[in-house]
Write a new protein. Structure first.
Ligand code: SAM
Length: 249
């Protein structure tokens, strides 16, 4: 991941897009009644930050990346952090009422193992929430001249070790991890044409970082210009299906 991008700003932007979905999932999982909850792959704490408005539970969070955790301590000082691996969670069985993740599974080598670990540390009857995982294999760009952006970004993600189509697979992954699927669906996406100028710039910084080395800088600049012009004409749309699923242990 490009160190020049402010990842906390990016993660906060993504958390903004899933805010109402998260509220729905927290209600389904009875978060307000929970006494201990865990976010796996918490990053800089963008999703943790508003949790105290939903629950008085003890909030635990884990990430592989030590520097991300240091940032998360600033944004969610109420949480208890562990530097650890989602593939082998360093917690005893059945201690959390709810475990959840947000834009994590696409990055892990073995998502079924991560879900099995989340299930193991969740009490019987508790909930596992997979709150947002993208499916770039069904990304739709309009106008057609921008369609190659999707293919190139998907390739870039694959080369970074991610599974760009993970969102599509969530029900099957929960099933393989022996988690009883309660609900699954696709997040209502923000229309790309409705992005604020700052959000659009951030979207393009991620895109430029993903496309660097894949396309000459001049070609990236002309795609960006084409995007600007399409937006002005009201012809730009972008849809990346982002899936969620939750289940009971
Ligand atoms: C895209 S970020 C999402 C962060 C946060 N959940 C959010 O949505 O703001 C994915 C995070 O997962 C972490 N991660 C990736 N693989 C992991 C693993 N095997 N164990 C723990 N954390 C992992 C990364 O370090 C990164 O912070």
């Amino acid at each position: 991941m490009n160190p020049e991008i402010n990842w906390h700003v990016r993660f906060t932007q993504q958390a903004g897009w899933t805010a109402s979905l998260r509220k729905h999932l927290y209600a389904k999982a009875n978060l307000s009644q929970a006494s201990a909850i865990l976010e796996v792959g918490c990053g800089t704490g963008a999703v943790l930050a508003d949790l105290p408005t939903f629950t008085s539970a003890h909030i635990h969070a884990l990430d592989l990346d030590h520097s991300r955790l240091q940032e998360a301590c600033q944004h969610a000082p109420f949480a208890q952090f562990v530097n650890g691996n989602a593939l082998a969670l360093p917690y005893p069985p059945h201690i959390f009422d709810v475990t959840f993740c947000h834009f994590l599974l696409l990055w892990v080598r073995d998502p079924v193992q991560v879900l099995s670990e989340m299930s193991r540390v969740t009490r019987t009857g508790g909930s596992v929430l997979v709150m947002a995982e993208p499916d770039y294999s069904h990304r739709i760009d309009q106008p057609q001249g921008l369609a190659r952006l999707g293919g190139l970004q998907t390739q870039a993600l694959q080369e970074q070790g991610a599974d760009p189509a993970i969102g599509l697979k969530l029900p099957a992954l929960l099933d393989q991890a022996d988690i009883k699927l309660m609900e699954t669906g696709i997040l209502k996406n923000l229309k790309a044409e409705a992005l604020s100028p700052a959000d659009w710039e951030l979207e393009w910084s991620v895109l430029e970082s993903d496309l660097a080395g894949r396309l000459p800088a001049s070609e990236i600049a002309s795609l960006k210009e084409f995007d600007i012009q399409s937006r002005k004409q009201g012809e730009r749309s972008l849809f990346v299906p982002t899936h969620f699923a939750w289940g009971r242990v």
